[in-house]
Design a protein around this ligand. Sequence first.
Ligand code: PEP
Length: 251
Amino acid sequence: MRRKLVAGNWKMHGLRAQLNEVEAIATSAAANPLVEVALCVPFTLIAPAAAVAGTLPIGAQDVHEAESGAHTGCVSAAMLREAGATLTIVGHSERRADQHETSHDAWAKAAAAHRAGLKVILCCGETEAEHNAGRAERIVQSQIEKSLPDGASPDWLTLAYEPRWAIGTGRTPSLDQIESMHAIARAKLRMMIGEAADGIRILYGGSVTAANAEPILSVENVDGALVGGASLTAARFVPIIEAAAMASARN
Ligand code: PEP
């Protein structure tokens, strides 16, 4: 049985003035033990967020693959740990698009994060052009093949399927499309790591809101959500946590 995970991704949002939102989200997380909740905040907010988050895990949105060195502007996994992070996102589509990160980069970053004791949310997902060309399946299979780190295990690795065209657009795939892509991702994981694949959570990400969370989170093989815009305030994020709790209770 995979416990659902609802992870917020604050992207480049969040100053200390928003720590009250972190506290309110932490309170809701503690009140919904059926669901695991995490919040991935900007580097600068990791330490202050961890200080007010209680048992709510605080994560980063990226990590460098090297342990240290001449990498101006980058942050290592050990630095994230020291700041109070317990997990990190890698391979997010905004980093693939803006920083030209590849699946190989995501692989190296996931491995570095794991070596330092961080949990990892590894993202994959096709672009709109790839989707329209009927290439979503092959793209996602190839991304998983190239980015799944050695020793991938449910203890520390979560996969997030995020069709790029659904991120921040208010558009989502149909429930059937989500089910089909998650089944494809699960099958690829099984091919690569066997039975351990059945324990790995596969999150859906892309314009999840309070209005669509419950049906999406009830789809087979959807083990939670990676939520961007709607995670920025407790008012918008807490209903998604509660929807995940409802979907879990019905399973
Ligand atoms: C994301 O940042 O991973 C994301 C899914 O964003 P949004 O929920 O805003 O589409």
